[in-house]
Design a protein around this ligand. Structure first.
Ligand SMILES: Cc1cc2nc3c(=O)[nH]c(=O)nc-3n(C[C@H](O)[C@H](O)[C@H](O)COP(=O)(O)OP(=O)(O)OC[C@H]3O[C@@H](n4cnc5c(N)ncnc54)[C@H](O)[C@@H]3O)c2cc1C
Length: 396
């Protein structure tokens, strides 16, 4: 087997890996990105970055790249109570940013090459050998073992790197599916993202404008309902059930056309408590796959890339840097996980116990909406403690 040597090899070329590759190549590191897909196609993934993630993109120097290529600013969010202006009400003072996921991936990989990283497409990693140096074994034209000072494993929600790197994966099963489909000709404003819960049915809808007359429509529903939305033949059910959750959608979707696959996902959480060991750091979904209903995944991926960039740039000891990244990751990803759990209980869970909690909390929230912490839009650095929980649930 021939060998090559890099400072950093990334397994995967999604948003997490390419953002990190751009940032580290710009700082002079010799970076290799391995991406198994020759060409990206619509896989139904996240396409809306909320303001705290947009701020991470700005820190990484990719916000303007996205805005001027495939990105679309979305100034308002509708949660069912009237539009909220994100740029004037979030900590970051930024609108949300949307894009077609595959266009974003192509854009960022091209930017990684421009920044000096080597990008290999159609090359799948087959194994990681942890250690100092570490190695990645790939299945390309010629089987190859690539030596590197640091592996960044960013191979997404079904990450095999977690197993190859010897990480222990933790899981919280969530009782919902999330379905998504790409539509054209939706009768809705291109400036407004919808994110509306209906706890009576345990459902939630999302509608993200992507520009060019395209919208990504999402529908979240309980696993107990008895159907799994997969395939274009289920579009009619997708539309009628979405409109049951949020009735205005019946009008928005009348005349809409399906222009991509319809797929659904289990929204359970998977994470690694300390995503660094022996020369291998996990980032993005490989480190923590959060419930996509709450739209934090892209922002977490960018936070991971930014924190790891900062740690690796500050300290020539990359073992210490990797461990410090992992400690920070645990803090901010568990803050996201905790907030999502509280919001799922209060706004989505149809059980009698959750209904009783709502009966107490909702009148108080109607009087004072600041009882709902703004972490989903303003980020995981806002407090997440007993006091925040008690205010949300109307216990004080
Ligand atoms: C239905 C759905 C809706 C979502 N909605 C939102 C949302 O609105 N907002 C939000 O912020 N997040 C959302 N998310 C989450 C978001 O899509 C993910 O958090 C984000 O894409 C994670 O990026 P990543 O780079 O970690 O992984 P990925 O995007 O999965 O990228 C991983 C890459 O690694 C490659 N790869 C995998 N294995 C190998 C290998 N062995 N060798 C080489 N390459 C490999 C893959 O081809 C892929 O390109 C949603 C997710 C789903 C499923």
């Amino acid at each position: 087997m021939p060998t090559q040597t890099y400072d950093i090899v990334t397994v995967g070329g999604g948003i997490a890996a390419s953002a990190l590759a751009i940032a580290m190549a710009k700082r002079g590191a010799k970076v290799l990105v391995l991406e198994k897909e020759q060409r990206f196609k619509d896989r139904v993934r996240g396409e809306g970055i909320i303001p705290w993630g947009a701020a991470e993109a700005r820190e990484l120097g990719i916000l303007d790249i996205l805005r001027t290529t495939c990105g679309h600013d979305v100034p308002f969010v509708e949660g069912g109570m009237g539009p909220r202006d994100l740029a004037s009400t979030t900590l970051q003072r930024l609108p949300a940013l949307s894009f077609a996921h595959q266009e974003m991936q192509e854009t960022l990989l091209a930017s990684a090459e421009t920044a000096g990283a080597v990008v290999q497409r159609g090359v799948a990693a087959e194994r990681i050998e942890s250690g100092l140096p570490a190695a990645v074994v790939v299945d390309g034209n010629s089987r190859e073992r690539i030596l590197t000072r640091f592996v960044v494993a960013a191979d997404g929600r079904n990450s095999a790197s977690r197993k190859w790197g010897g990480f222990t994966v933790r899981e919280q099963s969530n009782d919902y599916y999330m379905a998504g489909v790409l539509l054209s000709d939706v009768r809705s404003s291109p400036d407004l993202v919808y994110f509306v819960f209906n706890p009576a049915f345990g459902m939630c809808i999302g509608l993200v404008p992507l520009g060019k007359n395209r919208h990504r429509a999402y529908f979240m529903y309980p696993k107990t309902i008895g159907y799994r939305l997969q395939g274009e033949q289920m579009l009619e059910l997708f539309v009628s059930e979405s409109a049951k959750c949020y009735p205005p959608l019946a009008e928005y979707y009348a005349g809409a056309k399906c222009i991509g696959p319809l797929a659904s996902f289990d929204v359970s959480d998977y994470w690694v408590d300390h995503p660094y060991r022996e020369g291998v750091a996990l980032i993005g979904d490989a480190a923590a796959t959060t419930d996509p209903t709450f739209g934090q995944g892209l922002s977490l991926a960018l936070r991971d890339a930014r924190v790891l960039r900062d740690e690796l740039s500050q300290d020539p000891d990359w073992v210490a840097a990797g461990n410090r990244y992992a400690v920070q990751h645990r803090r901010y990803s568990s803050a996201c996980h905790t907030i999502e759990g509280w919001l799922r209980t209060l706004f989505q869970d149809p059980s009698p116990i959750a209904a009783a909690l709502r009966q107490k909390a909702m009148p108080l929230i109607a009087e004072d909406p600041t009882r709902v912490p703004d972490n989903l839009f303003s980020g995981p650095d806002l407090p997440v403690d007993d006091d925040v929980r008690a205010r949300l649930f109307g216990e004080r």
